[in-house]
Every structure is written in C-alpha cells, then in structure tokens.
Design a protein around this ligand. Structure first.
Ligand code: ANZ
Ligand code: ZN
Length: 813
C-alpha cells in the first residue's frame, strides 16, 4: 500500500476524468444546471479567495451527478471591459493578447483544483462568434424600441474617460477608480430597462434567492406610488408637474421647487428678473453628485425665481417657485411641491428661506415643534378633506385632480434606464450605422458580427469619443439602406453586456444559426443554482432584464434565468483585509495545492465556516484538513490487511463488522451530509464526516461496504482521494458514476442513555443523551438543564465531573 501522495493521484484522476468525459452525462433524463459567476481574467491570476464559490458549485454538481442527474457545470471568461483594457494599456500589450495570456493562467490554475467543468463548452465574451449574439440582442432591443439615443447629461468619469451607468457608481464615485463622477451632456445609447421594472419587481417573489439580495433589488428598482400634480404658472398655460407620494399633504404646500436643470427655466427666462443669479447657481450645481445634492445633513441651497409664481391647484393661492439642487433632475418630474411641515428636507429649506410652515396632518401624539411630522395621520385644515385619514385623502384628492385634469396617479422608479455606450475600445461594437439620409440604420443580421478592428492606439482619446473614431477605414461604410456614405457607431458596449446572457450560450456553444437552440434551452433552463457574490444589483439586474426581454421574444422559455442563488462570503487575507496585490497579502492556490494537495485545499475552503460568511484565510487550517485525509487513507490500509486478498475486498460487504453505534452514526452522517450539501452548509457536512472518520478509525474491523459509503460521501469534497481509494477497493468504474447513498431511517435514531446529574452530591435531574456524545457536550447539557439551573444560579461552579454513561457531578459553592 502506497503513501497518500496527492501530487500523483490528483493529476492522474484529472486526466482520467477528462479523457472519459466522466461529467458529461447529458443524456440522463433529469437535469441540473449549476452555474458560477464567470470571472474576468485579470492579469493577477487567481488568489485563494476566487475558487471558494467554484468549489462550492463543484461539490454541489458532483453531489447532483451522484444523485442521478445530468449536470451542466460550465466555465468561461468575461473578458471585455475596462479592467482588461487598463491592464493592457499599463503593460503595453494589445488587450486581446493580454486576455489570451490571462485566460491561460486562470485555466491552468482552475484545472489544478479538480473541477467538473465541461471545457468543451468554454466561452469567451470577446470571441466574435460569441459577441455576434450580444450584438444580435442589441438589435432586437432596438427593433422593439428598447434601445434609444439620449442626449441627457450622463455620469462621466474624468479618469476612466468614459460614460458610466448609475449602477457603476459607488456613492457618487466611479466604482473602478474612485474618482468623483461628473455630469456631462453627450450622445449615448440607452436601454429602456424601466419598461421591465414592474415585471422584475413582481417576479422577485418567485425566486429562491437570499432575502438580502432580493431586498437590494427592490431598493434598486425603487418603485414609488404617488401622484403627478400640475401647478400652473400664474397667467400662463405653462404647467409645472410635480411628483409626490404625499398628495394628502397638499394643503400644507407653501412653495414649489424645481431642479436647476428644469426646462421651465429657459422657457421663462424673460419673466425671471434674477436670471443672472439663477445661471450662476446652475454652475455650482453641476459640480455636485446626486448623493451630495440629496444628503440629509448637507446645507440646502436654492434661489427664488423672482417674477414667477404658480397656482395651488386646490386653493388657488399663488406660491413662490424656487430652484434648489436637492431636487434631482434624474427623478420623477424634476419638480416637487414643498411641504415643510411634513417633509424633512422641505422643513430645513423653509426654515432657511423663511417660508410658511402649515401643519395639515396630525398623528396621535404631537411631536416636538422643531421637527416635521412625516407619518400618515388625520388631515386638518384641508377644507372638505379634513378629518380623513391620509390614505383616504390621497384617493379622494387624486380623483378630484383627475376630474379637473390637474393630475393623476403615477408610479416612479428609482432605477434609471441603462446607459449602454462606453467611449472605450475594448468592448463589443454597437452594430449601428449612422447615415445622413436614413439616420440610424441597424447593421443587417447577415453582416454580424461587427468585428472589433485592430487599432494602434486603444487609449481613450480624451475627446469623449472612442478610439475607434480615429480608424477611418473602419468607420466609413456604405449605408445598408441607401448605399450612400455613412459612418459606423464608434461607441462600444459596457462590460455588463456579455455577461447578461452567457448562461444561455453554455447550453449550445457551437450554434451558428441561433443564440441557443430552443429544444436544448427548454431542457436546461432555468439555471438551478447560481453561485457567486458581489453582484447583488448590477449583473443580476441586467441579466434578469435581458432574460425577460428574450422571454418576450420567445427565445427562452422561462421568465427568470436563475431559480436559486447562493451568495458567498469572501475569503479575507490572514490580516483580515481584502486579499489584494495592493496589500501584498495574496495567497496563490497553486502554492497551497503544491504543499497540501487540491483535496485538502478544497475541504479547507468549505470547512472554514458558513458559506455565506466572510472569513480570514489561515494556512494552518489546511494542515488540519490534510491530516483528516491522511486518516481516511490509513483506514483503507487496515481494510486491505484484514481483507487480506484483493478479490475478497471486491465481494460487496466484505467480512468486517462495525459496532452498532458506528453503524447508527454512519446513517446519521448520510442524512446530515445529504441535507447539508443541498442547503449549502458545507462546513457542518464536513464536520460530521470528521466525526464519522474518528469513529471508524476506532473500530477494530470495518466492512468494506461502510468504508465505500464514507468514500462516496466524501467524494464531492475530495474527489481525487475518494476516486483513488474507490479504485483501490476494486471498483472499475468512476465513483462519480456510482449512486449517492441512502440512509436507513431507523438506524439514524441514536440510542440514548440516562445520566444522573448531581449537585453537591444530590441527584437533581436525569438527562437523556445520545450514546457517543462527547464529554464536553454532556457537561454543558447538564449545566444548562433547567432543574439543575435552579440549584446553581448565583453560585460558583467549582467542579464538574463526568463518569461516562452514568453520572455528572457538579460541585457548587
Ligand atoms: C410632497 C411631500 C410631502 C413629499 C411630504 C414627501 C413628504 P420617493 O419615496 O423617493 O419616491 N421628490 C419627488 N421628486 C423628487 C426629485 N426629483 N428630487 C428630490 N425629491 C423629489 O419620494 C417621493 C417624494 O420625494 C415626493 O413626495 C417629493 O416630496 C420628493 F410630507 O412631495 B414629496
Ligand atoms: Zn442611408
């Protein structure tokens, strides 16, 4: 019998599995689609934090295969986008060359870990045969009016020199380089994601996703029911529409505020006597982010529009109009009615500019005077609406507004349409041609893909145009409609485009006729379990949007792409910080594997703690999991000895026997590991395997059958050693073609013993504990017993003695 040498057995079995296509069991009638969030191949390669999710999905995929499913578990590369481009610029290599090299590194690293990935289905978002379909989806969106050009100011990162979507911001800063983002007017392609806001919100309830992620999506979409109300500018036909969620407070409205960007300003320029001041204010606004504008504790500034008033729709009173940057240009109607008595920001603003504060809603308890009352309540001083509840008042008031054609119910969303163009090189070209005569002309489907040309300079131009604009030979084309001179669109798609539908391509990677074959799609979708982290909104918002669109097109058969989502906690460096080159605390999985083996590494990552928790790396832990595997290996040596001959081993069952306690523990473990893997509780599954191994180690003899059950339970976590020992037991086929063990329910019920608990020599309680319960566990159960508690509270426990299986004796003083 050989020593346990992971170096030898791991590469041996990796080769075997690949050669025999052990994981390609797609003919099986039941399917599981287990998916990882695919990585972008950065130049730094993988550190030990990256594979955590991949190991988890791999454990799950192997488990499902053992349960009899045909499992699709693919991997690919999200290789377009700013990080790849910046790496390429910094290292002076073409992005495509850098990406190729990085992918090779990533792949080699992943392959050492022993995953079930079907590398025949590898995809790369920067392959033109892949992005052909990304472009195709864009054109379908365009045909349906869901892709449009906008000239509204967008988020502009001065350092990355590109436009960004709202999702790319982190507290008003570029999430990539942390620069303060500016607003810049610029032509942009925008996707009408808002058209799907309601569906995306509604279908969240169908998903088996962590509540926190669903909540993040709800907040991101930010549905807000309210009303639009028109305030006419005195003596004009010009109406200012405001959006409010609190129509019931309208009798407390004492002024109206519009965003500095509101079109009303230019329309009324002649009437506004202090227009110079207004213009100056606009300039200061431009420098602020939306976050700074709306932050509660920031000073509220504004300017009264001299010479302009509006008419209160209910009372007919004239109200002053202000511009103030706490009203956002990107939300609602860009105008609000100011109700200082019931809204915090209005309150602060009214105090500063000495505007009237009228209370019109009362709660049960009166609040301190220096604070607005912001809850619903009973209406006062609101003419015929007085005495109604806020809710009743909103209904009645909106009915009246409708009748008078002064307003209506509306719904607003925080989610903005998706700014979809980037002024960068390394992305999918947007397949559009601009013709002076015909305007926007889509590239005909037969001409897809529009390939990204090789350029010499791929640094951003700084002019706000993509570097592609400088390539005359690529830009100048004939209009597909009228054959006259035309120009290609030079903006490219954002990083999120290729990842918004990649899971569909894995199902049918070679298809040149369609994005995905309908029959295959129907069999494999939806993704049963999606594993990853860090994209609670962005990627998961975009992918759901595209999927719903493809569903409406009839390309896919399910309204949602990802049935279940498992979100993971990060692995931090041992110093508690995020693992990063910047901090010099990165650990390369290759080094760990070289030292301890992939199986010990895999088990360690799954054993560190609850899957969803962030935990710091500790190499000593891998020492422990390696030791655990050594034990498993040693047991096999003993089996071999007492079974003496190899052919005796292969007769199922063998001749050894196991104690009743261990037999029962084995069945409990089968139950526990089955349930825990299903629930992504890998750490507790492993700890129960460790307990079982300890028990088996102590058995004088052991049936081969029981040992093989242990190997099967272990195999999703430590596939190489399990496969090796399986074959040493005489098995000819891969362990992953065996079936997952079932347990005998009767045997999972552990036998119990009664233990007397004495306090200072007197028996005070009887405790029933499962046989085999550890000393510490029995002691702590004894101390926690409610009867025992009455005798020990307030006293000091001096001694706790355990006589195994009989008595716990507690001494207090
Ligand atoms: C009057 C009012 C009275 C309001 C009251 C609130 C409380 P959500 O829930 O976020 O949709 N608002 C509307 N458009 C705005 C904009 N472009 N920028 C800044 N604030 C805006 O909030 C809707 C409320 O936010 C609206 O209801 C409006 O103030 C303000 F006691 O109208 B409310
Ligand atoms: Zn034309």
């Amino acid at each position: 019998m050989k020593k346990y040498d992971p170096k030898i057995i791991e590469s041996k079995w990796q080769g075997y599995w690949e050669k025999h296509g052990t994981y390609r069991q797609y003919k099986r009638p039941k399917k599981q689609y287990v998916l990882d969030m695919f990585p972008y191949p950065s130049g730094a390669g993988l550190h030990v934090g990256h594979p955590k999710g991949y190991i988890a999905s791999d454990v799950y995929a192997r488990f499902k295969q053992l349960e009899g499913y045909g499992v699709l578990h693919p991997m690919g590369w999200d290789a377009f986008g700013l990080p790849a481009e910046q790496y390429a610029i910094k290292n002076k290599v073409h992005p495509s060359v850098a990406v190729k090299k990085n992918i090779a590194t990533f792949k080699k690293q992943l392959q050492k870990i022993g995953f079930t990935y079907d590398w025949e289905r590898e995809i790369n978002t920067t392959d033109s045969e892949y992005y052909k379909w990304t472009q195709w989806i864009f054109l379908e969106l365009w045909k349906k009016g869901l892709a449009y050009q906008s000239y509204d100011p967008i988020n502009w990162c001065p350092s990355c020199q590109t436009g960004l979507s709202n999702e790319d911001l982190n507290q008003g800063r570029c999430e990539r380089c942390d620069s303060l983002v500016e607003k810049r007017p610029m032509r942009q392609w925008v996707l009408r994601i808002s058209a799907y806001a309601d569906k995306m919100l509604r279908d969240l309830s169908k998903l088996d996703w962590p509540e926190g992620v669903k909540e993040a999506q709800r907040n991101w979409i930010g549905r807000s029911e309210g009303a639009e109300v028109v305030f006419y500018v005195t003596d004009t036909e010009e109406g200012v529409r405001v959006f409010t969620t609190r129509l019931d407070t309208i009798y407390g409205c004492t002024y109206v505020v519009v965003a500095p960007e509101h079109p009303l300003l230019t329309k009324l320029e002649a009437r506004i006597s202090n227009f110079g001041e207004v213009k100056k204010y606009l300039l200061t606004t431009k420098k602020k982010t939306d976050l700074e504008r709306t932050e509660m504790n920031k000073d509220k500034t504004g300017i009264c529009l001299e010479g302009v008033t509006v008419v209160h729709p209910f009372t007919g009173e004239r109200l002053p109009v202000y511009i103030a940057d706490y009203v956002l240009a990107s939300y609602g109607t860009r105008a609000v009615m100011g109700v200082p008595a019931h809204d915090e920001r209005d309150f602060v603003f009214a105090k500063k500019y000495q505007l009237e504060i009228l209370e019109v809603v009362q709660g049960k308890e009166m609040l301190a005077e220096e604070k607005p009352y912001t809850d619903d309540g009973l209406l006062i001083d609101s003419k015929e609406f007085s005495g109604l509840t806020s809710e009743e008042a909103r209904e009645k008031m909106v009915a009246w507004l409708r009748k008078e054609k002064l307003g209506k119910k509306t719904v607003n969303y925080k989610m903005r349409d998706w700014v979809f163009s980037r002024q960068r090189y390394w992305g999918e070209p947007i397949p559009i041609i601009h013709c002076e005569a015909c305007g926007v002309v889509p590239v005909p489907e037969k001409d897809l893909p529009v390939k990204l040309p090789r350029v010499k300079v791929y640094e951003p131009s700084g002019t706000g145009e993509s570097p592609l604009a400088t390539m005359a030979s690529w830009v100048n084309v004939k209009c597909p409609k009228c054959q006259r001179k035309a120009k290609r669109e030079t903006n490219t798609m954002p990083q999120w485009a290729g990842s918004s539908w990649y899971y569909l391509r894995f199902i049918d990677t070679e298809n040149s006729k369609a994005l995905v074959d309908k029959k295959k799609e129907k069999k494999m979708m939806p993704v049963d379990v999606y594993v990853g982290g860090d994209h609670a909104t962005r990627h998961l918002i975009y992918a759901r949007f595209w999927h719903k669109f493809l569903f409406d097109l009839g390309v896919v058969s399910t309204p949602e792409p990802f049935k279940r989502l498992e979100f993971l906690g990060l692995i931090l460096a041992s110093d508690g910080r995020k693992m990063s080159k910047r901090w010099g605390n990165v650990i390369n999985p290759n080094d760990v594997i070289d030292q301890f083996g992939a199986d010990a590494f895999r088990i360690y990552e799954m054993f560190m703690g609850p899957f969803t928790q962030s935990i710091a790396w500790n190499t000593d832990g891998v020492v422990g999991t390696r030791r655990f595997l050594e034990k498993v290996w040693k047991i096999s040596e003993r089996i071999m000895t007492y079974e003496s001959a190899r052919n005796a081993v292969s007769t199922a069952g063998g001749t050894g026997s196991m104690s009743k306690d261990s037999e029962s523990l084995l069945h409990q473990t089968i139950k526990k590991v089955t349930e825990d893997i299903e629930a992504f509780k890998f750490n507790t599954a492993i700890s129960s395997l460790m307990i079982l191994v300890n028990a088996m180690e102590k058995e004088p003899t052991l049936p081969v059958k029981s040992y093989k059950l242990l190997l099967t339970l272990l195999s999703p976590f430590a596939p190489h050693i399990a496969e090796e020992l399986w074959s040493q037991m005489g098995e000819k086929k891969s362990i992953f073609l065996a079936s997952w063990p079932t347990y005998d329910k009767k045997k999972t019920v552990a036998e119990t013993v009664n233990i007397a608990i004495q306090v200072n020599g007197k028996v005070r309680a009887i405790l029933a504990v499962a046989t085999g319960t550890s000393e510490d566990e029995v002691k702590s159960q004894a101390l926690a017993d409610s009867k025992v508690q009455t005798y020990i509270v307030g006293k000091t426990v001096r001694k706790v003695i355990y006589i195994p299986g009989k008595i716990v004796s507690i001494v207090v003083g």
